[in-house]
Design a protein around this ligand. Structure first.
Ligand code: IVH
Length: 674
C-alpha cells in the first residue's frame, strides 16, 4: 500500500505546478514548458486522483477537463444586480457624461474625478463567487437579478482560477470571506475559427460572442472544455477595504491570478480619456480577441455609492463603442455557390479593399432576399462593414454612384451546377438544388467535407482532384474513394505515380480514424464534430445509431429534436444503405473502438445492476463507465449478478440483492471502484 501521505503531497505539488503553468500560458502568455510536458503533469495528477479519490479537491486542475453533464442550469440570485452600461458612439457624449458626473459630485461635495479606461470585451458577462478563495459558483447575468448556475462549465475555463492566490491581505484562508468577481467570457478569434471548422456549414457561429454564448449553454462540460473559452475580469467585490479604488482593484485581480488583458489606464481628465479611445481604435485590431469599445469607470468607488444607478445602468460608468468599420468598393460580380446540402448562396466578388486590418475581396450576400433588399447591381459602388462579425458584409449600395452601365444580377431559377430547377422550402429564405444524388457540386461538397481535416483527414485530396474524380464519375459517394486504383488515378491531370501512391496511402491511413470522426464526415445535417462525439459515445456502432428512436437520440446531451430528426431522416435516404455497405467493405470504423488501454479493468467479468438514482451520473453514462472497465450490465438482479450499485431511493432490486447476499455498493464506493 502506497504511503497516502506521500501521495497526498505529490498531488498537492502537482496541482500547484499545473496551475502555475496554466497561468504562465494563458494569463502571462510566456509558457515555460511544452504542451506535451504540461499534459504529462496533468495525466499524472489524473492518475493519482483516480487511484486515490479521497485526494480529489474541488480546486484541482483535473476539474478543468469537464465531465459533469448538466441537464438544467438552476437559477441563482445575484448578490447585487448585474447591471448593463449605457452606450454611446460619440466622444461628445462621453464628455457630457464626465460633466454630469462632475455636477453630481460637486453637489455632494465629493472629491475624485479620475476615470479608469478599460477595453470593452465582446463576450458574455458572468459572475464568479469565491468562498475562502475557492470557486464555489459561477453564473450568467440572466435578467440581471437572477442568472443560471453554470459552475461546471465555468470551471473548465482556463483563465478562471479555481483557487485565488492570496493577494495583498484581501482574504485569509479559513475566514469564510466571500468575494465576487465579474467579467466577460470570450473566445479568441483563432479559437473561434477553429471551432467553426468543426461545425457543419449550416450551423456556423456568426461571431466569437455567439460562439461563447452557445458554448456556455452546453450540457456537456467536456465539450465546453474543448472550446477554449477564456475569462477576463473587470470587477472585484468583497475585499477587506471597501474603499479600495477601482484601478487598484484591477491590480488585485491580477495578483489573485486573473487575466485582465492589462490594457487599462488611470486617466486624469477628458484629454487622457480621448487619447486612450483614439489609440485603441487602431490598436484593437492587433489583439487576439474582439473588443468593441472602451468602458470608462470612476476610479473612486465611494462615488459609485454616491451616484448609484438607474434601473438599467450605473451612473458612474459609460461604454464608448467604436463605430463599425466600413469601406466602399466596387461589386464586380455575383456568383452563386452550391453547398454540400444544395443550398445556393450568392457571393459578391469585390474589388479588393482594406478593412479593419485585412483585405476583403469577397463577401457573402447570404440569400436572394438579402440581395433584393440591397438592390445590388454589377458595377455598383457598395459599402462593406465589419462590426462584431469576423466576416465583412455588404450593407448597402451607394445609389448616387451607380454607373450608367451597371447591370442587374439575374437570379437563377436552375441550379448553376446541374441545371435542376431550384426550390425553396416553405417559410425559409434559402433556395436550394433538390438534386441531392446527381448534382456534382453537392457531391463534391460531400466528398471534400468527408476528407477534411476534422473529419477523415485525408491528405492530398484537394478541390481540383475531387472535381476530376466527380466529373469522370469515378466517385459517386465518399465510399468510392476507397476503391480507387492506381491506374485510374494516373489518368488524372497533374497526377504522377508518386502523388497517386500518396493519395492511396492517405486513404488507407484514414481507416484508422475513429467512429466519431466517420460520423462527422458523413455530413449529416446539423451533426458537427461535438455532436458526432456524443453520438458515438451513446451509440457505439452505426447499427445502434440506425436503430435509435427519436426519443433515444434526444436523450443524448446537447441533442435536441431537430438534430434527432435530421439523423433519422439521413438513415432513410435511399442512397444511404449502399453507402454504408461500401464503407463496411472498405473496412472503415463503423463501430467505436474498444475501451482504451489506459483505463483500469476493475469491473472485468463482473455483471453490474444499477438501482435507484445516482447523483453524479445518469444510467447511460454509469453503464458506459462499467463497460469501459471490462464489466457487464444487467437490468435484473439474480444469482449471477456480481455487484449492485444502489443510488438514492433504491427499491425492490436492492431488497432482492440483500436477500441473495450480493455485494452492494453505494455511489461513493462505486466512484472509488471506478
Ligand atoms: S463593467 C456595472 N467593464 O459590456 C458595470 N463591462 O454593455 C458592469 N463589458 O454588461 C460592467 N467589457 O458584459 C464592464 N471592461 C468592461 C467590460 C464590460 C465588456 C460588457 C459587460 C457589460 C456590457 C455593457
Amino acid at each position: 500500500m502506497a504511503c497516502t501521505e506521500e501521495v497526498g503531497r505529490e498531488a498537492e505539488a502537482l496541482r500547484s505546478q499545473i496551475e502555475r503553468h496554466n497561468h504562465l500560458y494563458y494569463v502571462e502568455a510566456r509558457p515555460e514548458i511544452s504542451d506535451y510536458d504540461f499534459d504529462r503533469l496533468l495525466e499524472r495528477l489524473v492518475r493519482l486522483e483516480h487511484e486515490h479519490p479521497e485526494l480529489r479537491t474541488p480546486d484541482s486542475p483535473t476539474q478543468r477537463v469537464g465531465g459533469a453533464v448538466t441537464k438544467e442550469f438552476p437559477p441563482v440570485e445575484h448578490r447585487r444586480p448585474m447591471l448593463s452600461l449605457s452606450n454611446t458612439y460619440s466622444i461628445r457624449e462621453v464628455e457630457e457624461f464626465a460633466r454630469r458626473v462632475e455636477r453630481l459630485l460637486e453637489a455632494e461635495g465629493a472629491e475624485g474625478r479620475d476615470m479608469v479606461a478599460e477595453l470593452k470585451f465582446d463576450g458574455v458577462a458572468v459572475s464568479l463567487l469565491y468562498r475562502d478563495g475557492i470557486l464555489v459558483r459561477g453564473a450568467t447575468r440572466g435578467d440581471g437579478r437572477k442568472g443560471d448556475d453554470i459552475t461546471a462549465n465555468l470551471r473548465t475555463v482556463a483563465t478562471v482560477p479555481l483557487r485565488l492566490r492570496e493577494f495583498d491581505g484581501a482574504f485569509r484562508e479559513g475566514e469564510g470571506r466571500e468575494m465576487e468577481i465579474r467579467g466577460e467570457v470570450f473566445m479568441q478569434k483563432e479559437d473561434f475559427e477553429a471551432l467553426n471548422e468543426t461545425r457543419p456549414e449550416e450551423d456556423r457561429f456568426a461571431n466569437p460572442r455567439n460562439a461563447t454564448a452557445g458554448t456556455l449553454k452546453l450540457q456537456d462540460s467536456r465539450e465546453v472544455a474543448r472550446r477554449r473559452l477564456r475569462f477576463v475580469a473587470y470587477y472585484l467585490d468583497g475585499i477587506r477595504d471597501a474603499d479600495t479604488p477601482h484601478f487598484r482593484r484591477l491590480g488585485m485581480l491580477e495578483e489573485a491570478g486573473f487575466f485582465t488583458g492589462g490594457h487599462y489606464r488611470l486617466c486624469h481628465g477628458m484629454q487622457e480619456v480621448a487619447s486612450f479611445i483614439a489609440e485603441w481604435g487602431e490598436g484593437r485590431w492587433k489583439l487576439p480577441y474582439e473588443t468593441d469599445g472602451v468602458v470608462l469607470k470612476l476610479d473612486d468607488v465611494r462615488q459609485w455609492r454616491t451616484l448609484g444607478a438607474t434601473s438599467k445602468s450605473p451612473r458612474w460608468a459609460i461604454a464608448y463603442k467604436y463605430p463599425a468599420q466600413q469601406a466602399t468598393t466596387v461589386l464586380i460580380d455575383v456568383v452563386f455557390q452550391v453547398g454540400r446540402l444544395g443550398t445556393i448562396t450568392p457571393v459578391a466578388e469585390l474589388e479588393p479593399v482594406r478593412l479593419a486590418g485585412s483585405t476583403v475581396s469577397r463577401s457573402t450576400l447570404h440569400n436572394f432576399d438579402e440581395m433584393e433588399r440591397l438592390g445590388v447591381m454589377k458595377g455598383d459602388r457598395v459599402v462593406v462593414e465589419k462590426s462584431g462579425e469576423v466576416i465583412p458584409k455588404v450593407i448597402r449600395v451607394v445609389a448616387k454612384d451607380r454607373p450608367p452601365d451597371a447591370r442587374a444580377v439575374a437570379l437563377p431559377t436552375l441550379c448553376p451546377e446541374c441545371g435542376t430547377p431550384i426550390v425553396r422550402e416553405e417559410g425559409e429564405v434559402g433556395w436550394y438544388c433538390p438534386n441531392e444524388e446527381g448534382c456534382p457540386a453537392q457531391l463534391k461538397g460531400r466528398v471534400l467535407h468527408f476528407a477534411s481535416r476534422n473529419a477523415m483527414d485525408i491528405q492530398n485530396l484537394g478541390e481540383s482532384l475531387v472535381d476530376q474524380l466527380v466529373r469522370l464519375g469515378l466517385v459517386r459517394d465518399p465510399g468510392d474513394l476507397y476503391f480507387l486504383q492506381e491506374p485510374q488515378l494516373l489518368r488524372l491531370e497533374r497526377m504522377g505515380p508518386k502523388s497517386a501512391r500518396n493519395l492511396l496511402r492517405a486513404l488507407d491511413e484514414s481507416r484508422k480514424e475513429s467512429f466519431a470522426r466517420l460520423l462527422f464526415a458523413l455530413g449529416i445535417r446539423h451533426v458537427g464534430q461535438a455532436t458526432a462525439r456524443e453520438l458515438a459515445a451513446a451509440f457505439p456502432s452505426m447499427e445502434a445509431l440506425r436503430l435509435a428512436s427519436l426519443e433515444e437520440l434526444s436523450e443524448v446531451p446537447d441533442i435536441g429534436p431537430v438534430i434527432a430528426q435530421s439523423i433519422r431522416e439521413w438513415f432513410m435516404k435511399p442512397s444511404v444503405p449502399a453507402l454504408l455497405e461500401k464503407l463496411r467493405d472498405a473496412r472503415l470504423p463503423l463501430e467505436a473502438a474498444p475501451p482504451k488501454a489506459t483505463l483500469n479493468r476493475n469491473f472485468e467479468g463482473v455483471t453490474v445492476v444499477f438501482t435507484g438514482t445516482l447523483r453524479r451520473h445518469d444510467r447511460q453514462s454509469a453503464s458506459e463507465l462499467v463497460l469501459e472497465r471490462g464489466g457487464r450490465i444487467a437490468s435484473t438482479v439474480s444469482r449471477k449478478t456480481g455487484l449492485v450499485v444502489a443510488g438514492s431511493e433504491a427499491g425492490s432490486k436492492l431488497e432482492k440483492a440483500l436477500k441473495l447476499g450480493l455485494r452492494v455498493l453505494g455511489e461513493d464506493e462505486f466512484e472509488a471502484m471506478l
